[in-house]
Design a protein around this ligand. Structure first.
Ligand SMILES: [Zn+2]
Length: 462
């Protein structure tokens, strides 16, 4: 057997195993894992001193997304390049059904955004905001096309929010055809009242974005979504869990035997509500939803990752420039575009805090950033592991590389970093997507158009 590429001298780390072996790649897939693979003519990648792991999968991103009259600053090219630098080789982005549209239109619109630009592989979830037409009947068609997850909002009344009846009907339909329901769980109507009261009282600085969205209202909505899902007989995935209250709701549902999953995002593990004490309007850099919480919630979230109460760490990457975008809300926090940049920083920060921080193993790290996302979202074992027949999405990870995160050196197309000045240990050195090299010795060598759409399988209980 001849291989085009052989990765040698590294330590393979999957979600379950750690062992020394070589990986032989032919075409886009892993052809063999073993020792003493025949070299004849193969390109050799030396992974001495490094971990060799499956490529990161970020299942929560918003590239080129319209919000409040502007668009998130990374498109499918710049966002993908930044992702690749950070060791992420696949992501699932949210296509949005605007009111009155068919779901098909939503997916087509996002396919166009990615066409010709994609560098890493990508899939789509579909945000459903309106069932007034034929949309319920479209859900089985989406599943057949590989769009196997539907997102519903309990927050943002008048924009994305749907009522409980719409949620329940969508859940019942999802249960029939194997779609996974994702929920943004905050009590939108109650938050709306708190926001209006803050504005009326002249409380307009960025900090009030957080103070008007208390964690109890995230916990309430999380429990409600999970309960509705259990009765409808569908699997439910709670996006961006930020606090103890919501984490406890996911944990309780899982203990009841519900098909319930929860993710947190890297920013909630590193940042807290004191970020809003930054001078002037700087706090706007940290305006995303749900908001940052008092610091003690961080320990609850790390603990949930250790105990598998939460199963995934994603980013909710949705960057807006401080100058020219965030400042739309200079005099009123309700007009600040919601979102922050993180797609490049997820693996290094989770490795630093999780593995170097002594909280969990390198295997659990791989599980949280790659394997569980692949399993829950219908990509496994094509992605999310290293095995013969799997896509050759591979990260050669230097566990000892030390860096300092900064907007001056990152590759996201945005003028600030939420993690400015944070020291990290562990970084992607060489990154392959389906056998093609995207990052070689920490330099981008890929090109736009290499990334492919991932048609995902229906949800299967894991
Ligand atoms: Zn999001």
């Amino acid at each position: 057997m001849n291989f085009e590429t052989i990765i040698k001298n590294g330590t393979i780390v999957t979600a379950t195993d750690t062992f020394a072996a070589e990986i032989g790649i032919t075409g886009e897939t892993i052809a063999a894992i073993g020792r003493g693979l025949p070299v004849d003519g193969a390109r050799i990648i030396d992974a001495a001193g490094c971990m060799v792991m499956p490529g990161g999968i970020d299942v929560h991103t918003h590239l080129d997304m319209p919000f409040g009259g502007t668009f998130s600053a990374d498109d499918f090219e710049s966002g993908h390049i930044a992702a690749a630098y950070g060791g992420t080789t696949a992501h699932v982005d949210f296509s949005i059904q605007f009111k009155g549209q068919s779901l098909h239109t939503a997916i087509e619109t996002w396919h166009k955004k990615a066409a010709g630009k994609a560098v890493i592989d990508y899939g789509f979830h579909c945000i459903v905001t309106d069932l007034s037409g034929n949309q319920l009947n479209e859900i089985p068609e989406l599943v057949k096309q590989g769009v196997t997850s539907i997102k519903l909002f309990l927050a943002y009344p008048g924009v994305f929010m749907v009522d409980d009846a719409t949620i329940f009907r969508t859940m019942q339909q999802a249960a029939k055809c194997g779609a996974l329901i994702m929920v943004h769980a905050e009590n939108g109507p109650a938050i709306d009242i708190l926001v209006k009261q803050a504005v009326a009282a002249g409380q307009l600085s960025p900090k009030f974005h957080a103070l008007t969205r208390p964690p109890e209202l995230e916990g309430e909505a999380t429990a409600r979504a999970l309960t509705l899902g259990e009765i409808a007989g569908t699997a439910v995935y709670i996006v961006h869990v930020t606090c103890q209250q919501a984490k406890d709701a996911v944990r309780a549902a899982r203990q009841r035997g519900a098909r319930a999953h929860g993710e947190t995002c890297i920013q909630y593990l590193y940042l807290d509500i004191t970020s809003f004490d930054a001078p002037g309007f700087e706090g706007a850099k940290y305006v995303f939803t749900p908001p940052l919480r008092p610091k003690w919630h961080q320990a609850e979230l790390w603990d949930a990752l250790v105990k598998d109460d939460l199963q995934v760490v994603s980013t909710d990457h949705c960057p807006f420039n401080f100058k020219g975008q965030k400042d739309l809300g200079k005099d009123d926090f309700t007009k600040i575009p919601n979102g922050g940049p993180a797609i490049e920083d997820r693996l290094t920060l989770l490795y630093t805090g999780g593995v170097h921080g002594g909280r969990f193993s390198a295997n659990r790290f791989v599980d949280l950033v790659s394997t569980k996302p692949a399993k829950i979202f219908g990509m496994y074992p094509r992605k999310g592991t290293l095995a013969p027949g799997s896509d050759a999405d591979i990260v050669i990870w230097d566990p000892n590389e030390e860096r300092t995160i900064s907007a001056r050196t990152h590759h996201m197309r945005v003028d600030y970093s939420m993690f400015e000045g944070i020291r990290t240990k562990g970084a992607a050195k060489t990154v392959l997507c389906r056998g093609k090299t995207l990052i070689e010795n920490s330099k981008f060598v890929g090109r736009a158009g290499m990334g492919k759409f991932i048609a995902r399988a229906p949800y299967s209980n894991i």
